[in-house]
Design a protein around this ligand. Structure first.
Ligand code: GRF
Length: 212
């Protein structure tokens, strides 16, 4: 097990990998922030479990190496995660950024990057974990939902919270209209959080310790 990360804002760019399964707009926001000099990081790898996902094309355009796999080609989750872990270590990835990666992680990944793996979730956790978080918020009738960036632990959207932003729900909102506003917030928040980790402003190590 690797001990929790302590990124101290050194001159070297933070070596990150993004895991995604779909459209990859958060991947794009991170790649763009790096290209614009707003995020002092290097995207060393995209990990994607869906060969047809649009994010694969985004990675190719951005010149980011990709490990694209089909889960059914492996005997089980642990087997493909062992391979992912090898690739992350080969690329000396320091921080794993989950951005719409639709797979449950096993202990292989959770322990392998303990304290060094983030997820973004479209609600104010601990409210509405799991799938369809925006729909859950609308169905419940809350007036405010939002976005959470958290450290990944073994549970469902349950790790220590790193950052949150609120999104107000309006009369007549639909799942699409709220998701669009949430995405806009995510595209600002996620690169900013990764930059704050790269610069040492956010210390994941302290957040992990507080929880334990
Ligand atoms: C985001 O809304 C994120 O909160 C959730 O999955 C979605 C991914 O969107 N975990 P995209 O593929 O980055 O556009």
């Amino acid at each position: 097990m690797i001990s929790p990360a302590s990124f101290s804002g050194e001159a070297q760019p933070l070596r990150i990998a993004v895991f995604a399964s779909g459209g990859g707009s958060n991947f794009q926001a991170i790649a763009d922030a790096i290209a614009e000099g707003k995020l002092h990081a290097e995207l060393k790898l995209l990990v994607c479990d869906k060969p047809q996902a649009a994010v694969v094309e985004r990675a190719a355009k951005a010149g980011v190496p990709a490990f694209v796999f089909r889960p059914k080609d492996y005997p089980g989750r642990e087997a493909y995660e062992e391979e992912i872990l090898r690739k992350l270590r080969e690329a000396r990835v320091e921080l794993v950024v989950l951005a719409g990666y639709m797979r449950i992680l096993t202990d292989v990944m959770v322990q392998g990057y303990w304290g060094r793996m983030l997820n973004i979730h479209p609600s104010l956790l601990p409210s509405f974990p799991g799938m369809h978080a925006v729909r859950q918020a609308l169905d419940y009738g809350v007036k405010v939902t939002g976005v959470t960036v958290h450290i990944v632990d073994g549970g469902l959207d349950s790790g220590p919270i790193v950052a949150q932003r609120a999104v107000e729900l309006r009369e007549g909102d639909t799942e699409d209209s709220v998701s669009e506003r949430i995405h806009r917030i995510e595209h600002e928040l996620y690169p900013q959080v990764v930059q704050d980790i790269a610069s040492g402003k956010i210390k994941l190590e302290q957040l992990v310790r507080q929880e334990q």
